[in-house]
Ligand binder design. Structure first.
Ligand code: ADP
Ligand code: ADP
Ligand code: ZN
Length: 233
């Protein structure tokens, strides 16, 4: 994506990154890129790479940085081929630690791409656990639902593609707790890294889904229109 302009979504598990990314990306001419979703697709294969990823994924641990970066870069190249008119990517779930943030800066620098903004979704921990324990995802397209807060039109079926909805293998109480701890220790500190560069926009994620969408759009639309943030758009 040479000369492209990307947005990063940061927030704890359950803060609504996937839900919001699917809604705002098309409105902002961004392509939603979720590393967790890339891994879920990859794990449907029956090969050594799929088994390697599953060893970390099911325990709620981070997949090693080098492997994650390779999967991400391959996918960004594919996005560039398939969506040449896009402004850039809306990154959901990457970066998650300092090494990944630095690797991303390096990769984007090589392409003369920019990070236009980092959207931080703020939600209290008790709410996160309630959301994650009722989360359902589409087995085919990755769309996200909630049994109470965002139910599908037909029970057990995806509104977008009709495929079966499932609970994720890592939405167990143990794996949820481990992922939230990893977020606090490794991912939340990245906010300082990006705040120093003036990139972070804090959004109250503890509101109804539509209200959060409106808040993100209201924050990003002017930022993406600034020529010094997004040279090519
Ligand atoms: P959550 O945000 O609920 O953890 P994701 O779908 O973003 O869910 O990620 C699911 C799993 O995929 C993670 O627990 C981890 O094993 C793997 N994963 C996703 N993104 C990354 C990343 N940037 N680095 C390492 N592992 C990742
Ligand atoms: P993340 O990608 O940050 O882990 P998700 O988008 O998967 O979060 O959302 C986690 C769960 O919470 C899903 O079941 C989703 O339907 C639900 N959810 C998302 N946003 C809200 C909201 N604003 N209010 C209530 N539930 C929500
Ligand atoms: Zn679907």
């Amino acid at each position: 994506m040479a000369g492209k302009c990307h947005v990063i979504l940061i927030g704890p598990q359950g803060s609504g990154k996937g839900t919001q990314a699917a809604r705002v990306a098309p409105r902002l001419r961004l392509v939603h890129v979720a590393t967790g979703e890339l891994f879920r697709q990859l794990m449907t294969r029956d090969d050594e790479l799929a088994r390697e990823v599953r060893r970390y994924y099911d325990r709620g641990e981070l997949v090693p940085d080098e492997l994650t970066l390779r999967v991400l870069v391959d996918h960004l190249e594919r996005v560039e081929r398939e969506h040449p008119g896009a402004r850039g990517a809306l990154l959901d779930g990457y970066p998650r630690n300092r090494a990944q943030a630095e690797a991303l800066d390096r990769v984007l620098g090589e392409r003369s791409d920019a990070i236009a903004a980092v959207v931080h979704l703020v939600v209290p921990r008790a709410v996160l656990i309630e959301r994650l324990s009722g989360r359902l995802v589409c087995s085919t397209c990755g769309a996200t639902y909630h049994v109470h807060f965002n139910p599908p039109l037909v029970e057990g079926r995806c509104d977008r593609c009709g495929a079966a909805l499932v609970q994720r293998s890592d939405d167990t109480p143990e794996a949820i707790a481990r992922r939230l701890d990893t977020y606090e220790q490794q991912t939340a500190p990245l906010l300082d890294y990006y705040r120093q560069r003036g990139l972070v926009v804090d959004i109250d994620g503890n509101q109804p889904i539509d209200a959060v969408t409106s808040a993100i759009l209201a924050a990003l639309e002017p930022v993406l229109a600034e020529p010094h943030r997004c040279p090519s758009s």
